[in-house]
Write a protein that binds this ligand. Structure first.
Ligand SMILES: [Zn+2]
Length: 323
């Protein structure tokens, strides 16, 4: 065997193993390998090394691919979470927007109704208050106020035995006490009542509309319920243990009831009726006090000159709603 050939074959062995040789060189190497044990051994050793190298290379690639796959999976999981969070946020924001719009819409409509009622020239308004105090039974009561209003004149009945006659922007007031059999004629230096002032009795709606920030609406809740056969929106401020519910008649958009309760402390219910054009001239005519029925009543003339503070108080009441 030519020793020089062996050197050449060893030089070419790597190229042969990786199949990179020209066909002449390849034939030459093959022929030599068939006849030379030494070169055969050398070639086998190189070939297995190359094979090992390529497996390691392949393994490395595999590890890299696996890693990339893992990263991709992580990214996919993050993407899914992000999409879920996004969908969740959109759902929540939509629900809040719907809630805000629904409650605002009812408050706005009820407020417009109040504005309308204020300008009426004839109505009858009653408010019955039922109060139960669980800590102090002396503080429990059930009383009804009735406001008769026609063309600037009022008759206001407080419970069973007290009646007041007065006029819009007027300086006179007459109070009748049936239990005392007494009539008091007041001359005042301030205006006690302005047109539409009794309508401020619906101060809850006024407060929601005017005083609270807009986002406060989201703290309220609304449900549908019926009261005395009337379908109502019920707007709740508070929770199970302490709340105020305002019942708004869906047909007339007038407040027909409020319920406030603090569990085991008190329960207050106010029931309202409002009738347009239900007051007659006789209802608000104080000349009835000159009739025989009132002959034996004591009559008092009272000069009720109020301080500036009282005038301001009445002005504020008219602005923010009477309680
Ligand atoms: Zn050889």
């Amino acid at each position: 065997m030519n020793k020089k050939d062996c050197d050449i074959v060893k030089d070419l062995a790597v190229g042969y193993a990786e199949n990179l040789l020209s066909s002449n060189s390849k034939n030459f190497v093959e022929k030599h390998l068939q006849n030379c044990d030494e070169c055969q051994k050398y070639y086998k050793a190189i070939n297995s090394n190359i094979f090992n190298d390529s497996t390691i290379e392949k393994n490395k690639d595999k590890i890299e691919i696996d890693y990339l796959k893992k990263v991709k999976n992580h990214i996919n999981v993050l993407k899914s979470i992000l999409i879920l969070v996004l969908i969740f946020s959109i759902v929540i924001i939509s629900l809040l927007t719907i809630k805000y719009c629904t409650i605002s819409n009812v408050i706005n409509k009820a407020y417009s109704k109040i504005e309308y009622m204020r300008n009426l020239d004839n109505y009858k308004l009653t408010k019955r208050t039922i109060n139960k105090s669980f800590s102090d039974s002396n503080n429990s009561f059930d009383v009804t106020f009735t406001y008769y209003y026609k063309d600037g004149k009022y008759k206001i009945e407080y419970g069973d035995n007290s009646t007041t006659y007065l006029e819009d922007d007027g300086y006179n007031k007459i109070c009748v006490y049936d239990d005392l059999k007494q009539i008091e004629y007041y001359t005042q230096n301030f205006v006690e009542i302005k047109k539409g002032a009794p309508i401020n009795i619906f101060y809850d709606i006024l407060n929601y509309k005017k005083l609270y920030p807009r986002l406060y609406i989201l703290g309220l809740s609304m449900r549908n319920d019926s009261f005395e056969g009337k379908d109502c929106y019920v707007i709740r401020n508070g929770n199970e243990d302490s709340y105020k519910d305002i019942w708004i008649d869906k047909a007339t958009l007038t407040t027909v009831r409020t319920v406030s309760e603090e569990k085991s402390k008190y329960y207050t219910e106010e029931i309202y009726t409002f009738e347009e054009s239900a007051t007659t001239d006789e209802d608000v005519d104080n000349s009835i006090l000159n009739t025989e029925k009132y002959q034996d009543y004591t009559k008092l003339e009272i000069n009720n000159n109020a301080t500036e503070e009282i005038e301001l108080y009445y002005e504020l009441l008219d602005k923010n709603g009477r309680y």
